[in-house]
Design a protein around this ligand. Structure first.
Ligand code: SF4
Length: 470
């Protein structure tokens, strides 16, 4: 008997050079301005940032978005112009033209390097123009892509009111129960009272993470089925509806890239964090709900059957990917959760690249990944933090992978060499959370496989000469 065989393998973590492609975190304005309807985002940077946003946002830039660039000039950089006066002029213009409830300043690489004191300027200007100004340093020096949202939400967490500060009953309703009133829309008062009593008596719970409104409703309803009441979401639909957060509240994240927000809520707002796997895929959603139930002392019901039903419904997609391998180059921090779901679907995964790994915040997800590999009898993936894209391409060849999840920079060159790719950014913008959206994830994952299968019949699977290997 060998004891060693019985020991589960542990996950292997590595860190490379950080020489990889990803979106700049200022891209978060694209989805956050849509989510927070009364906000305005002002990116204080250079033409480089402007070019990036203009191109990355695609057709959205023609829809008069509620974001703009404050483009720094020579005079700003050499301190010939007065930062305060310049920003005041712009913010007055924004107030006049759009009248938002909040202006979010996004600091960039340049404001970091010239040490523009945005945090110092904001409170002064805020009291002068009478609009809240939230400062988030979502720059490319420190963060990657989705972490931009993390910096904005961490800054907003400071602006969530305390229960004692919200005196008006109507405002309490609006803030605490914006989501509940949405769910109760069109119902009679007695019905609402009756439904309120269906909730268990548990400590207040606030969710954090920006999701499209339909997904917010779905997840809130999933928890409602368990008798758990969600007291609010950070961010809410409007800045004026940010949830009340008091000491001792429970908070739970819906996305793996929100570690700063989680830390801020715990340290500054004295909340208790529910560390759960993230609600991505039916397995993740079930584990997420179960963990919340167990912390709030609620007996979960009907989850096993619900999960089984969703899996049965996915069978047509599972047939396509079962036994295939997937390689994550890593650029949006959703990688661990997606890999865990795909391994449960029957895939293998030699490597999960990821820009930044917070082992504490993602702890439950990492454990769940380990357990999933053991359950499915597949080798544990290697987790490569700050990957090196050049080395990764060599490893993709070595492992002969079936599908690479990667950014646009590598997608077409790899496709031309006969390697299936899926563009990773789509996972950030598609609806991937909760039980019902599992199909959407697999629709994305299987699309290149289905397409390339059809093309193979035409003999078009490789479009570069053999010697032109990268
Ligand atoms: S990496 Fe820096 S300079 Fe480039 S777009 Fe982002 S904030 Fe601007």
């Amino acid at each position: 008997m060998t004891l060693a065989d019985a020991q589960p393998q542990a996950l292997d973590f590595e860190c490379e050079t950080g020489n990889y492609h990803t979106f700049c975190p200022i891209s978060c304005v694209a989805w956050l301005y849509q989510k927070i309807e009364d906000s305005f985002f002002l990116v204080i940077g250079t033409k480089t940032c402007g070019y990036f946003l203009q191109n990355a946002m695609g057709v959205m830039i023609f829809a008069e978005p509620r974001y703009a660039m404050a483009e720094l000039e020579e005079g700003d950089i050499s301190a010939k112009l007065n930062d305060y006066e310049e920003l005041k002029r712009l913010c007055m213009q924004i107030k006049r033209d759009r009248n938002p409830s909040v202006i979010v300043w996004i600091g960039t690489c340049t404001t970091e390097i010239i040490k523009m004191d945005l945090e110092g300027l904001a409170p002064r200007l805020e009291s002068e123009i009478d609009i809240p100004i939230v400062v988030a340093r979502a720059n490319g020096l420190d963060y990657a892509f989705t972490q931009g949202e993390d910096t904005v939400l961490a800054a907003m967490a400071h602006r969530c009111p305390k229960g004692s500060a919200v005196v008006e009953e109507s405002e309490k309703q609006e803030r605490g129960n914006a989501i509940t009133s949405l769910l109760n829309f069109g119902k009679k008062k007695e019905e609402v009272v009756a439904e309120e009593s269906e909730y268990h008596d548990h400590a207040p719970l606030v969710m954090f993470g920006s999701l499209p409104d339909p997904v917010v409703t779905q997840l809130t309803l999933e928890l409602k089925k368990q008798g758990i009441k969600v007291n609010g979401w950070l961010p809410a639909k409007r800045f004026t509806e940010l949830p009340v957060i008091d000491e001792g509240y429970y908070v739970a994240g819906v996305n793996p890239f929100l570690s700063r927000t989680a830390t801020t809520l715990m340290r500054r707002r004295k909340c208790k964090l529910i560390g759960a796997p993230f609600p991505i895929g039916p397995d993740g959603t079930r584990a997420w709900i179960e963990k919340i139930c167990s912390v709030l002392d609620v007996e979960p019901k009907g989850l096993e059957e619900r999960e089984a039903k969703i899996w049965a419904n996915l069978e047509d997609y599972l047939e396509i990917i079962r036994g295939k391998s997937v390689f994550f180059m890593g650029d949006n921090l959703l990688e661990v959760s997606l890999a865990r779901f795909l391994i449960r679907c029957g895939m293998t995964c030699p490597e999960i690249g990821i820009p930044y790994m917070d082992k504490r915040y993602q702890g439950a997800e990492l454990k769940f990944l380990e357990q999933t590999c053991i359950d499915m009898g597949v080798p544990m993936p290697k987790i490569v933090e700050k990957p090196d894209n050049y080395n990764q391409v060599q490893r993709i060849y070595e492992h002969d992978v079936d599908l690479v999840i990667t950014g646009m920079a590598h997608a077409n060159p790899l496709e031309a060499r006969g390697i299936n790719t899926k563009w990773s950014v789509e996972f950030t913008f598609a609806q991937i959370h909760g039980f019902t959206n599992a199909r959407d994830i697999l629709e994305l994952v299987t699309r290149p496989l289905r397409r390339n299968n059809s093309l193979k019949d035409l003999g078009w699977d490789k479009l570069v000469k053999e010697e032109a290997k990268v």
